[in-house]
Design a protein around this ligand. Structure first.
Ligand code: PAD
Ligand code: ZN
Length: 369
């Protein structure tokens, strides 16, 4: 039996159940005893219906833990191994993986849609019914079963609480800057939304050598954190039009690269508007289904030669990027400790959702140990 946080429907508080049965891992799967899980805005987006989910479902997708059991045929992982969970299992063999686009791996299509593992079924049962699991992860559970291709082995001396954050916010944010946008040395970047993911876009931009990094948020605490992560200027979107403020800071040209890291129609429009002619607008935030990208084709796009690009999981190759991020942390170039605003227990996960809505925290992290 394991304790887990279960979403039963839109806008329902998560139910903390301690009667969840976790089956053995099947062929190609591993059982992980969770050490820690971050609470990401995408978890909240499942609860509030921004993202659709099959119910009942165990949320959580940003986690790390220790392998407890391996299924048949798993040879690269063993009990006792420490792992970061990748919410996009990367098979290494499909059309996308072979083109170094493992973040778009076909294996993840089933897991995203069904809330199951690679075969669409789940290893969780509670109160006589199966529980689905978010993004082949389900890290709001003391124990989970995931595809072995969704586990990235890390050194045993690396703090598992910090490793958990790498699993989503850090890979996505730094990857948006380093992989999706491929920021160049000397670029000016604007980052709209400085939450757990946006702060990582900022430090990714710093690592890439951006000369100017303009942080945009409505929360002063976040703007201060943004400076600690590498922002060189800040814009409070609650006080004046953020597009005008970014224009004023960039000689009225706009940013070379602007990132939207919230998922709102208004901030998507603003991000595209503050991107310079010939620049890139990178959309990271996950908006509601009805949100649209609307740009005048000639004057907004052709004449402007702007690129508008989506970003999924920071365009990350997890087996390559997780060790790279650990290395950057060990060299003092990547901040992880500072992302942990609060350490909580699983029972406090609903409070973590409330705190996230106020915009005060970078990350609340559930510790299972
Ligand atoms: P968060 O809630 O920690 O941060 C959001 C930030 O936006 C907060 O600092 C808010 O103060 C700020 N904000 C809110 N409204 C405005 C506004 N109108 N103008 C300026 N600032 C504002 O979220 P997060 O960082 O965990 O996640 C951000 C988004 O990224 C969210 O939509 C999430 O679902 C998405 C995401 N996408 C991927 C991906 O692969 N594309 C991965 C992970 C998360
Ligand atoms: Zn996430």
């Amino acid at each position: 039996m394991a304790k887990a946080a279960v979403l039963t429907g839109i806008d329902e508080p998560l139910e903390i159940r301690d009667d969840v049965e976790v089956e053995q891992p099947r062929a190609g799967e591993v059982k992980v005893r969770m050490a820690a899980s971050g609470v990401c805005h995408s978890d909240l987006s499942m609860q509030n219906g921004t993202m659709m989910a099959p119910y009942p479902i165990i949320l959580g997708h940003e986690g790390a833990g220790v392998i407890e059991e391996v299924g048949e045929g798993v040879t690269n992982l063993a009990p006792g191994d420490h792992v970061v969970i990748s919410w996009v299992p990367q098979c290494g063999q499909c059309f996308f993986c072979q083109r170094d686009q493992g973040h778009l791996c076909e294996a993840a299509n089933t897991t995203m849609l069904t809330g199951g593992l690679l075969d669409g079924t789940t290893r969780f049962v509670s109160r006589g019914e199966p529980l689905r699991q978010m993004a082949a992860a389900g890290t709001f559970s003391e124990v989970t079963v995931i595809p072995a291709i969704g586990a990235v082995k890390i050194p045993k001396d690396f703090d598992l609480k910090l490793a958990a954050l790498i699993g989503c916010g850090v890979l996505t944010g730094t990857g948006a800057a380093l992989n999706t946008a491929r920021i160049r040395k000397g670029d000016t970047a604007a980052v709209v939304g400085c939450g757990g993911v946006g702060l990582n876009v900022i430090q990714g931009a710093r690592i890439a050598g951006a000369a100017e990094i303009i942080a945009v948020d409505m929360n002063e605490t976040k703007l201060q954190m943004a400076k600690d992560f590498g922002a060189t200027a800040s814009v409070n979107a609650g006080q004046a039009d953020p597009v005008g403020q970014v224009m004023a800071l960039t000689g009225q040209r706009g940013a070379d690269v602007a990132f939207e890291v919230i998922g709102l129609q208004q901030t998507i429009d603003q991000t595209i508007a503050m991107t310079r002619r010939g620049g890139q607008a990178i959309l990271v935030g996950v908006p509601r289904m009805e949100a649209m990208v609307q740009v005048p084709a000639f004057l907004g796009l052709v004449f402007q030669e702007k690129t508008i690009k989506g970003c999924w999981y920071g365009s990350s190759n997890v087996q390559r990027d997780v060790p790279k991020l650990i290395d950057l942390y060990n060299k003092g170039e990547l901040k992880l400790d500072e992302l942990v605003s609060r350490t909580i227990t699983l029972d406090q996960v609903n409070e973590a959702f409330e705190t996230m809505k106020t915009g005060e925290v970078a990350r609340s992290v559930i510790s299972y140990t």
